[in-house]
Design a protein around this ligand. Structure first.
Ligand code: F6R
Length: 342
């Protein structure tokens, strides 16, 4: 059932190009839901773990493309926060059974908010608590670490956004698919060599790559058991600087666009404090190559393709690091696929 792959996680990583396409189309077909979001005064998204990291990306995309304010909350904290009834609330959960997400969704529904569930599991509990459901097309995910279900959620958000902005869609599917396929083959071995002996690994990015960095760090810590932290690159100097050393490599996303020069500045500051740097950027970026110890190229493309490519690279760095350390990759210690207690 692993289709020749050593682990389900690797198999699921390799399925992501198809999963993106499938999930994007499914979400894009929900034009009524996109219209509801387009006319909303505000959008509130609730989720846990990897699903929360995918939801943070939606915030950046929507605020840039539509200007609609998007609030993203950890489902476990939602009960302590206000629930404005003019917000459309989206609950995101791969399993559809996460207790915190379910109770946050019920709270939003009880306050009179229109609710939408995004889930991968047909008939799961959150589908019964929400007004409407968008299914992601990831198919069953066996590995405890979420990979293709995260990509499916990102695709669902991009599909909804395309509906909200009435955009042309064929280009998105094609560019993201190619970016994923290429990134499945990119050599990440030098990066893995820097990660294996690490005591802590920082993941840093700006803008859309901040949530991607959070997800990269989550994947690394759960399957390799190495402590990893995702940070907005500008925040590193506000505390984490004290931790930087030869034992704390950083995986840094640095791509042309908003914040590129600030990011290079952040990397130089980290380098000066001894941090081994793994850059993820464009292969012809000489400035990035100059400041990093290892530079992993991603194909050129739009923001969605960049996000997908960086995600795949980070998943593969985590996978091969865990493999080198002999971890139980598909079933990491102390973790369950579905968390049904608050
Ligand atoms: C990490 C992971 C968890 C889940 C979280 C929420 O790889 O799988 O962080 O994302 O437990 O689960 P769902 O999406 O099922 O609500």
């Amino acid at each position: 059932r692993k289709g020749g792959f050593a682990h389900f996680m690797l198999k699921e990583i390799f399925e992501q190009s198809d999963v993106f396409q499938q999930s994007f189309r499914l979400a894009f077909s929900h034009l009524e839901t996109s219209a509801l979001l387009r006319h909303a005064h505000g959008i509130s998204v609730i989720a846990c773990g990897t699903s929360y990291n995918a939801s943070l990306l939606f915030r950046y995309f929507v605020e840039k493309e539509c200007g609609t304010p998007v609030r993203v909350d950890l489902a476990s904290e939602y009960r302590y926060l206000s629930t404005p009834e003019d917000e459309v609330v989206i609950a995101v959960s791969q399993s559809g059974e996460t207790a915190d997400t379910l109770s946050a969704l019920k709270k939003a529904a009880a306050s009179g908010c229109p609710t939408i569930a995004i889930t991968n599991v047909q008939g799961s509990s959150i589908t019964r608590a929400a007004d409407r459901t968008i299914y992601t097309g990831a198919g069953p995910e066996i590995s405890v670490a979420a990979t293709k279900s995260y990509m499916a959620q990102v695709a669902a958000f991009v599909g909804l956004l395309a509906g909200m902005t009435c955009s042309e869609t064929s280009f998105v599917e094609c560019s993201v698919g190619q970016a994923i396929e290429e990134s499945l083959l990119t050599d990440v071995s030098e990066a893995v060599s820097l990660c294996v002996p690490a005591s802590t690994i920082f993941y840093v990015g700006r803008g859309i790559f901040y949530p991607v960095a959070l997800e990269g760090a989550l994947k690394m810590k759960e399957i390799s058991y190495i402590h990893a932290e995702g940070y907005a690159a500008g925040e590193i100097k506000h505390g984490p600087f004290a931790l930087l050393s030869e034992m704390t490599p950083a995986v840094a996303v640095c791509l042309p666009g908003d914040g590129y020069h600030s990011m290079l500045g952040n990397l130089r500051e980290m380098k000066a404090r001894g941090t081994p740097l793994i850059g993820i950027g464009y292969g012809d970026d000489i400035d990035l190559q100059d400041v990093t110890d290892v530079c992993i190229p991603i194909p050129k493309g739009d923001e969605y393709a960049q996000v997908a490519a960086v995600t795949v690279i980070m998943q593969r760095i985590a996978y091969y690091t865990a493999l080198a350390l002999g971890r139980d990759i598909d079933k990491p210690r102390n973790l369950a696929k579905s968390v049904t207690v608050e």
